[in-house]
Ligand binder design. Structure first.
Ligand code: ADP
Ligand code: TRP
Length: 333
């Protein structure tokens, strides 16, 4: 059976970009495939060093996974650092990763600009650890947002390089996946770029946001002075509002506002009010589940333990195979 794997860094609470780029696909795939979903707390350490915050974020993401519909009886749901086989595979894969290709990675270049005070080796080898996450279960499909495409390409390169070097077809080639057939980039509310955890106040709508906060953020979303002539092209910030609408509103609603844009009668106040209403309707049931689960330590602990146990069985089988192929099996008969 095809295997599916994905993870999200525990660097804060989940927002709509995480949901539509990643988690929505997890929920759907768990009914069809053998699935592994984890919380990337080791990856978080490359940029987030506060131990207490890290612990809180791990728990937040676990709660949010379950509230969004991940089912521990269908998927292995685990915390990355609970599966030490991943870091062992990471060490081995580092022998196949070239310094030059790591330095050229777009996310590395971006992060060293942002974190000049802490350009650590973990940042450089981030794609190798991510490849280890994926290859440890010999996964085929990796549901992620568009920003992860290059990391997936690198994971494929390492898999192919390993297979070639050791004359095997041990690793399948993993591909980025979205069930709509197209990788998604959810825009932020500030008019440029993607919705993200660290893009500044008001850019992201979080699954934990209250109705009032959602309304306020959408009210403040960037707009322009309105269409100047009929059927004009939408500028970036207006396109973004329509893109968000496409995630949560009905086709009729979108068509209505499209028409008002095209005939220049659009009122941004109405557009935003409608978007806020539909967004609240979408998010509030998830938020209610989050609130229920937040205090249910016992259930959360059980889920993470059960997930790690399941993941370690699959991880150990892969690691044993890799060590055999690389010449690391016991030399004693
Ligand atoms: P962030 O970028 O907010 O720090 P992560 O890097 O932890 O979030 O992303 C976790 C997952 O969510 C990845 O699969 C990533 O591609 C996806 N994702 C994050 N932001 C977006 C977005 N704006 N649109 C689509 N997918 C996104
Ligand atoms: N790099 C991913 C992100 O920033 C998180 C991640 C770590 C991941 N390991 C992974 C995603 C393995 C998919 C598969 O969003």
């Amino acid at each position: 059976m095809e295997k599916v794997l994905s993870g999200i860094r525990s660097t804060g609470q989940l927002h709509l970009g995480n949901y539509f780029g990643a988690v929505r696909n997890f929920v759907q795939l768990q009914h069809e495939k053998e699935c592994y979903f984890f919380i990337a707390n080791l990856h978080a350490l490359t940029t987030h060093t506060d131990p207490q915050l890290l612990q809180k974020s791990v728990k937040d993401v676990l709660v949010e996974y379950i509230a969004c519909g991940l089912n521990p009886d269908l998927s292995a749901i685990y915390i990355q650092s609970d599966v030490p086989e991943i870091t062992e595979l990471y060490t081995l894969l580092n022998m196949l990763a070239y310094k030059g290709e790591l330095e050229k990675t777009a996310s590395f270049k971006e992060k060293i600009k942002k974190h000049q005070e802490n350009i650590n080796a973990g940042l450089l080898t981030y794609p190798v650890l991510m490849a280890a996450d994926i290859l440890i279960h010999r996964a085929h499909k990796v549901p992620v947002g568009k920003d992860q495409e290059q990391h997936l390409e690198m994971a494929r390169n390492f898999a192919v390089r390993f297979n070639h070097r050791y004359g095997t077809d041990f690793f399948p080639e993993p591909y980025a996946y979205n069930f709509t057939g197209k990788l998604v980039k959810v825009p932020g509310l500030d008019g440029n770029g993607k919705m993200g955890k660290s893009e500044g106040e008001g850019n992201a709508i979080y699954l934990r946001d209250s109705d009032q906060l959602i309304t306020k953020k959408i009210r403040k979303a960037k707009t322009d002075s309105g269409p100047q002539h009929e059927n004009s092209k939408k500028p970036e910030e207006i396109k973004n509002i329509f893109s968000l609408m496409e995630l949560v509103s009905t086709p009729d609603t979108i068509q209505y506002f499209d028409e008002t844009w095209n005939n220049c009668s659009i009122r941004y106040g109405d557009l935003k009010k409608q978007l806020a209403t539909d967004m609240i309707q979408f998010i509030s049931p998830i938020r209610e589940k989050i609130v229920d689960l937040d205090s249910d330590e016992n259930t959360l602990k059980k889920i993470a333990q059960q997930g790690a146990e399941k993941a370690r069985i699959s991880a150990k089988a892969t690691l044993d195979g890799v060590k055999d192929l690389m010449g690391l099996k016991s030399i004693w008969k």
